[in-house]
Design a binder for this molecule. Structure first.
Ligand code: CAA
Ligand code: NAD
Length: 291
């Protein structure tokens, strides 16, 4: 207990950039572990939506008797809304979970580098983009690291931790320790496109989309085969909708460009759905429709 406290003294204030499905989950688990969290997004509406997800998750914990109302309120009071990166001037770590786009991320990191104090660690929840390139947008590449949570964050145990070329050992150790305080299990991987998780997962999802595109089977049949035949909790098309089809496409493009190998070419059907705005569950429609 004392050690847990000591760790928190080292890193007490967390800023999470992006209040989407990942950012809201990361803010929730940090607030539940007792960190003070600033939840940042471009507009207040987006933060409200993220806080709504957190509220719903915590209410479910209360219903299940795992937490009382007072504890729920305590967790919520640990989270403050932020619509300006200037709020990074008073935090120990930033965890960026904005969209999976290198330009967006490097702009955010360059800005944060100007605002955040010297000791602040800048982490990215990127699914696939090179940490070394994100770090190069700052003057503190030794303090930049990948902290890749899995979706849904409150449920999934894994955090892939990715060192950039210049990431300091001390920074790696701090992030490893912080991950444990969130009741998650850190696994170290090197900085290659897609890391381990999405280098293995996303080509499987892309292949399932090709299988649909080529008319091998219906979407329901493809999902049933992988659920019942491989014991996956969700079929690959349901999982793609759950992750977000825009995110899936960005990851495939990163793999394709990063390795220069056509085996990673994104399926044209995936591109078409993204162009149509059928981004999956978060948009109400992807391979399936959602209320
Ligand atoms: N947020 C918070 N909690 C959630 C949740 C959500 N979105 N969805 C489900 N849960 C909780 C439920 O409350 C329930 O909790 P308890 O067991 O404590 O009661 C538990 O999860 C199980 O939920 P359900 O019984 O409703 O449904 P389920 O058994 O089908 O599980 C699931 C839901 C955990 C999402 C499961 O379907 C699953 O594991 N799916 C695969 C998820 C996966 O592969 N994630 C990785 C995606 S890839 C990624 O994240 C990396 C990337 O970069 C793209
Ligand atoms: P999302 O679309 O649900 O949310 C992204 C949020 O970032 C939006 O609310 C958007 O308004 C906000 N945003 C965009 N630009 C911003 C900026 N400049 N400043 C502040 N906020 C900004 O996306 P998501 O699924 O939460 O993914 C976020 C990140 O997490 C991506 O890098 C993604 O690859 C990664 N990730 C996603 C999953 C997944 O399963 N969806 C899993 C692990 C990692």
């Amino acid at each position: 207990m004392r050690e847990r406290k000591r760790r928190k003294v080292m890193m007490e204030k967390v800023m999470v950039i992006g209040a989407g499905q990942m950012g809201s989950g990361i803010a929730q688990v940090c607030a539940q572990a007792g960190y003070h969290v600033l939840l940042n997004d471009l507009k207040e509406d987006f933060i409200e939506r993220g806080l709504g997800i957190i509220n719903k998750n915590l209410s479910r914990q209360v219903e299940k008797g795992r937490m009382n109302e007072e504890q729920k309120d305590q967790v919520l009071s640990n989270i403050t809304a932020s619509t300006t990166l200037n709020d990074a001037s008073n935090v120990d770590i930033v965890i960026e979970a904005a969209v999976e786009n290198m330009k967006v991320k490097t702009n955010i990191f360059a800005e944060l580098d100007k605002i955040a104090p010297q000791h602040t660690i800048l982490a990215s929840n990127t699914s696939s983009l090179p940490i070394t390139e994100i770090a190069a947008a700052t003057n503190r590449p030794d303090q930049v690291i990948g902290m890749h949570f899995m979706n849904p964050v409150p449920v999934m145990k894994l955090v892939e931790i990715i060192r950039g070329l210049a990431t300091a050992d001390e920074v790696y150790k701090k992030i490893e320790e912080m991950t444990k305080t969130l009741n998650k299990i850190p696994v170290e991987v090197n900085d290659f496109p897609g890391f381990v998780s999405n280098r293995v997962l996303m080509p499987m999802i892309n292949e399932a989309i090709y299988t649909l595109y080529e008319g091998v089977a219906s979407k329901e049949a493809i999902d049933e085969v992988m659920k019942l035949g491989m014991n996956h909790p969700m079929g690959p098309l349901t999982l793609a909708d759950f992750i977000g089809l825009d995110t899936c496409l960005y990851i495939m493009e990163t793999l394709h460009e990063g390795f220069g190998d056509d085996k990673y070419r994104p399926c044209p059907l995936l591109r078409k759905y993204v162009k149509a705005g059928w981004l999956g569950r978060k948009a109400g429609r992807g391979f399936y429709e959602y209320n």
